[in-house]
Ligand binder design. Structure first.
Ligand code: ADP
Ligand code: ADP
Length: 227
């Protein structure tokens, strides 16, 4: 069973006054377990809209979306939130860490609401994740004391907290210098290899895209794949 399967997914935004614009025009996409897939394409082509739909943050206007074999179209918002929580991790360009808290506390945050992870091992698990992104020395520092690259690595550790089978990364390296971008990419690659996590990785960087298993191009709301 693929991790993600989209069939003929369309998305239109209602701009008011009966003015509707379709920005995704029939997307077919299958992502297998463990697949690390780069998503490229010009600004405004629909990459974020696609990730928001796959991440169950927004609903398609029509078409089918299955996550881990489950057809999502008929699910209510509560069921979508549960499905998202159990299956999907997110890393965005702007990491949205909680400023008043330490690196360790930020990584523990997603585990607080989940019985599977809410236990004595929680802090240990968070510490191990920070260790895996090379930040064990900074676990008790407030995130505001860390550099941009370090903060993004905390965000990566946090996104892996729930061991999601699917990670959605929307330009996670977009505002980082080359060295930090490389480090963040390597952490995602490592988690992908070690846990078989599937990844959709939006990037404008062709060198990083070339290091993925596969590249899809979103152009004017349609997929072009050369491979
Ligand atoms: P990308 O991520 O490739 O830059 P987006 O998915 O952000 O592209 O945007 C694709 C198109 O959809 C753009 O024309 C954008 O303005 C439009 N769009 C995205 N979100 C909305 C929205 N909530 N309402 C109306 N238009 C939107
Ligand atoms: P990106 O950096 O991926 O191109 P944008 O900066 O274009 O993303 O968009 C940021 C957010 O604003 C996204 O969640 C997108 O859905 C939303 N958005 C983009 N264009 C519009 C629009 N025309 N109207 C409303 N929301 C939009």
């Amino acid at each position: 069973e693929p991790v993600v399967c989209l069939h003929d997914v369309r998305k239109a935004f209602n701009l008011g006054l009966a003015n509707e614009t379709e920005v995704l025009h029939g997307i077919d996409l299958t992502l297998e377990r463990g697949e690390f897939c780069a998503v490229m394409g010009p600004s405004g082509s629909g990459k974020s809209t696609l990730l928001n739909i796959v991440g169950l943050l927004d609903r398609p206007t029509s078409g089918s979306l299955r996550i881990g074999g489950e057809e999502t179209g008929a699910l209510d918002d509560h069921a979508l939130t549960r499905l998202r929580g159990h299956n999907i991790g997110f890393v965005f360009q702007y990491h949205n860490l909680l400023a008043g808290f330490t690196a360790l506390e930020n990584v523990m945050m997603p585990m607080l609401g989940d019985a599977t992870f809410f236990n004595d091992g929680m802090a240990q698990r968070a510490a191990a994740l920070l260790d895996s992104v090379g930040l064990s020395k900074w676990r008790d520092s407030r995130v505001t004391e860390l550099s941009g690259g370090q903060q993004q690595r905390v965000a990566v550790a946090r996104s892996l907290a729930m061991a999601p089978p699917l990670l959605l990364a929307d330009e996670p390296t977009g505002n980082l210098d080359t060295k930090s971008a490389d480090a963040v990419f390597e952490q995602l690659r490592k988690a992908n290899r070690e846990h078989g996590m599937a990844v959709l990785f939006v990037t404008h960087n062709p060198l990083l895209a070339a290091r993925c298993d596969r590249i899809i191009h979103v152009v004017d709301g349609r997929l072009r794949s050369y491979a």
